[in-house]
Ligand binder design. Structure first.
Ligand code: TEU
Ligand code: CA
Length: 557
């Protein structure tokens, strides 16, 4: 387990549609990414996770794949993709591709064949069921993007299961042929030289036999308990590992929503031969109320207890991903920090300090490194995301919530918050495109953009640069044992990482007021030296107070 490159990596997530457009059609593309490799080099990241770029009708922006072995026309060609891989490698940046195999697109050839007749050889690549004798749906499961999880198909008078959108039929992992197709597709990309996979919704691939009805409503939808970490999940992952992955020097990160600690360890335990690290979702439920996308106030102790549970629970037994934002969730500085002009920069740096000093592999989602924020569009027509649009129209239909209330939830939780284009500079369309962008740019691009961040030595960008450098220089950040203090404190998150005689002391102020900081009594930190801070601080004495959103890291040798 020692010395694995993916433990030392800092991974940069690219959402290609919104990163950089090279040809003025308003859609980010592979050539656009190639043109920004120097930027990634300057930031210092060692690996890119590229969200899906395969052929897709784009009902869910590439997470509905119609051809697993080719590139979406909007993004380029397989040749340009090869060039991207080559250029990244030339700059010592690895490439991890998204693997979306819980479902495909309904336009995938597999599904076209599967739906054509009951006895088609690919019928069992998907999950087909007849209506119940009383004519009702095969079960009561709800799709993650709203509505029932079953869609009727008249050709064979049966329903197919889709845990996400109607155009995303679930693949049937019980079929050995299907599993072999997936293995061969993974080899196709690994043989081209990629460095691993981020496995989309992977904890959902095994469904409980008999597909029983689910209990009431839940997040993300009724029936969840029968497919999240289902009965064969570990067996399937082990098979992928031994048959394919173990033959390559590659990494795997599994998106595992709402799993428990035991399964987290089983997924990522080094002796288990399943996946290398988990990407868990627990933190994301914290600010959600009982009803879908209902805003709930949260307190810091809840936030800390989730992080501490996984830090302590996986220590020495598994491996975590560290992230504060991605393409499915709102911008971190707006959600956990403070995006007002006064505190945006300092709170973005504070959150970054946390994400780079816990144990695990840090991920940076495009734009996070310049402190990009949420967006508030007034009209539903300005939103593109299928989850947002379904949420809006379903709620509008039931009249249970006012329009203001619905929009407030979208502004708070909507996925397009993080999908507005990357803000490169203050020129029209933030330098993202010379054409009309596929989704509006966040109007704050004139003050928040890469060019501005690069020119300011105190910018969020330069702080991220330092954090990434710091991880390369301090092995304690990889292997150091995690301990936390004052877990009930409402404002401060204080923890240490310990490795042999070294102690790394981290204190973060999550509030907008000054807080007293006492050194925990069991720690002797005399002689500590400042490693990084988002304010001016004394090189050799730990401050007794933390200013609003202040973050400090001191090392005792
Ligand atoms: O997300 C899986 C997932 O669990 C989502 O339901 C997630 O909780 C939701 O998007 C949060 O609002 C993955 C991808 O990351 C996402 O972009 C895809 O839409 C989804 O799978 C289907 O492929
Ligand atoms: Ca383009």
């Amino acid at each position: 387990m020692e010395g694995k490159w993916w433990k030392e990596a800092v991974i940069y997530q690219i959402y290609p549609r919104s990163f950089m457009d090279s040809n003025g059609d308003g859609i980010g593309d592979l050539k656009g990414i190639i043109s920004k490799i120097d930027y990634l080099v300057e930031l210092g990241v060692s690996c890119v996770w590229l969200c899906p770029v395969y052929k897709s009708p784009n009902c869910d922006n590439g997470y509905d794949i119609s051809d697993y072995r080719d590139i979406m026309d909007d993004f380029g060609t397989l040749e340009i993709w090869e060039e991207l891989l080559h250029e990244l490698h030339k700059h010592n940046i690895r490439l991890v591709m998204d693997l979306v195999v819980n479902h495909s697109s309904d336009e995938n050839q597999w599904f076209v064949e599967s739906r054509s007749s009951l006895d088609n050889p690919k019928r069992d690549y998907y999950i087909w069921r007849s209506a119940k004798p009383d004519g009702s749906l095969p079960n009561n499961w709800m799709a993650c993007f709203g509505g029932p999880a079953w869609e009727y198909d008249k050709t064979t008078d049966q329903y197919y299961l889709h845990l996400f959108a109607i155009k995303q039929p679930d693949l049937n992992w019980e079929s050995q042929h299907l599993r072999e197709e997936i293995q061969s597709m993974m080899k196709f990309w690994l043989d081209k030289g990629i460095d691993g996979f981020r496995m989309d919704a992977i904890s959902y691939i095994s469904k409980v036999a008999g597909l029983p009805d689910g209990k009431g409503k839940g997040e993300p939808g009724t029936g969840f308990e029968h497919y999240a970490q289902g009965p064969h999940i570990h067996e399937y992952l082990h098979e992928l590992n031994t048959k394919v992955l173990s033959n390559y020097d590659c990494m795997t990160v599994g998106e595992v929503s709402y799993v428990d600690l035991k399964d987290g360890i089983d997924f990522s335990g080094p002796d288990r031969q399943e996946i290398n690290m988990i990407y868990m979702y627990d933190l994301l439920g914290m600010d959600k109320g009982e009803k879908r996308w209902q805003i709930r106030d949260w307190k810091l102790p809840e936030f800390k207890s989730i992080i501490c549970k996984w830090q302590k629970g996986l220590s020495g037994k598994g491996w975590n991903s560290l992230y504060i934002s991605n393409h499915d969730i709102p911008r971190a500085v707006s959600r956990y920090g403070n995006d007002s002009p006064e505190y945006r920069i300092v709170s973005a740096k504070m959150l970054a300090t946390m994400n780079h000093t816990l144990q695990g592999t840090p991920y940076i989602y495009q734009g996070e490194e310049i402190g990009m924020t949420n967006v508030k569009f007034d009209s539903i027509d300005d939103y593109d995301d299928i989850e947002i649009r379904n949420f809006y129209y379903e709620n509008e239909e039931t009249h249970e919530r006012t329009r203001e209330d619905i929009m407030a939830s979208i502004h708070h939780f909507g996925r397009d918050n993080s999908r507005t284009p990357m803000q490169w500079d203050s020129s029209p369309n933030a330098g993202f495109t010379t054409g009309k962008p596929w989704i509006k740019i966040n109007p704050n691009y004139q003050s928040i953009n890469v060019a501005e961040s690069l020119s300011d030595p105190n910018s969020v960008f330069h702080y991220y640069q330092k954090l990434i450098k710091m991880r390369k220089e301090l092995p304690i950040l990889i292997d150091g044992h995690f301990d936390s203090y004052y877990e009930d404190d409402l404002n401060l998150f204080v923890y240490t990482r310990t490795l042999e005689n070294q102690v790394l002391f981290i204190a973060l102020n999550f509030s907008n007021s000054t807080q007293n900081l006492a050194i925990p009594s069991n720690l002797s930190l005399e002689g500590s030296k400042l490693v990084i801070s988002n304010y001016e601080n004394d090189e050799s004495s730990i401050p007794k107070q933390l200013r609003p959103y202040e973050a400090i890291v001191y090392l005792k040798n």
